[in-house]
Design a binder for this molecule. Sequence first.
Ligand SMILES: [Cu+2]
Length: 500
Amino acid sequence: MTGLIAFLIVGLLAVIVVQIGKVSDLAARIRGEEEVAQQSNDRTAVWLVAFMVVFLVLGTASMYYFKDVMLGYGPHQSASEHGFLIDGLFHSTLIVTFIVFFITHILLFWYGYKYRMREGNKAQFISHNNTIELIWTVVPAIVLTFLVVKGLVAWNEIMPDLGPEDEYLEIEATGYQFGWDIRHPGNDGKLGTKDFRLIKPGVNTLGIDWADDKSIDDVILQDIIYLPVDTTVRVRITSKDVLHNFYLPHFRVKMDAIPGLPTYFIFKPTTTTEEYRQQLREYPEWNEPYDLTDPDSKPRWKAFEYELACAELCGKGHYSMRRVLKVVTREEYNDWLAGQESTYMTTVRGTDNDPRKGQLLDIEIKERAKELKADFANALASEDVLDKTILLKHVFYNTGSAALSDLSKYELDNLTNIMNESSNVTVELGGHTDSQGDDVSNLSLSQNRAQNVMKYLLDKGLAPNRLNYTGYGETMPIGDNGTDAGREQNRRTELRIVSQ
Ligand SMILES: [Cu+2]
């Protein structure tokens, strides 16, 4: 209906214009052509000036009206340190173009008015004028030099790379159709190395070298990206397939992600997500409901999140490359980091893709040493005879044999250290089996195993009078021999403190 009315209005206006044309044609014939032409020129010249005034007033008013919804104005203050420098560039460019826009438009329309056709006026013909040429070459050159130099200064300030002494957090963003793999360095703050030859679709999509110690605690973030406030962040930016662009608009961070050519961006977030929300809260637009169909939904400022977007039209799923980014305080960041499980430990450790399969990690060795030390100290401190026995959790044998497995040496080395520290303690090593097989052979197997443990400790230099061993066979089960798990518990090596 509205369309029909609009169409009719336009049609009627066209009819009116044609009719006016016919009337002035008629008038011209009555009054004489020249007088009519003069009047028409005067009228056009006045209308041009009127148009100019309305145009400039409305243009300026719309700039003012929309200032709060344009990124970089109103509530959208840069949330990073260098962002103000970039905003400064935009502002100075805007001011210069605004002034030029005003001057040129006023001149354009004023000349249209001043030099309208009048009797006796004659157009001036200039084939060449050095002064004019000089003015319109030099003035833009000066303005552009000012803008370009300002831009170069900003570039040199923002883009230099960090040195080895600088403290920073480095993360890695790998773009692909359609998403980002964001790799966080974990507790050590260092990203593990990568090698394209290690890329295995579905298994190691980034080609991370799991044999590198630095990669053990790296986390490929599944969901929200967390960054600590007031910390320099260096982002390694790369792409797996086509051009993408790493874009954090609120931080004025924008850099192409190029397949085969790593790029980077360094920035320092200065405003936490919560602080930014509080800034937005001051503006009426941000107090409107977030969900327009539900007036009771939370206000927009509460739902605000920083976001990572792809700023390159990289394909039809381009829009889905959005990721939420949260800037939080140091304490919140540390809490979050403590809750993150490394990608290696959760998806690679112990699998066929693990180059350290069958080996212990430094962190595991340290962890076990700590645990054994605590168990030993508890046993020493306790008055109860039953508490004097501790389980050597990580001592294992080859199946059906008394030979120690390779990994058992870590536990026994730890035990040697502990025994050296408490030189008055004497212990008994006890071997135990499950109930499968006959009693006699179980007894001898447990004896041989306990004896092998003792031999290992003697080889490490412990005094023979501090050590003793006994094989208990299947006589002292701690688990149910009817189940696999129970039998596994029963096959064990224990240490009992005899005297201290
Ligand atoms: Cu993209």
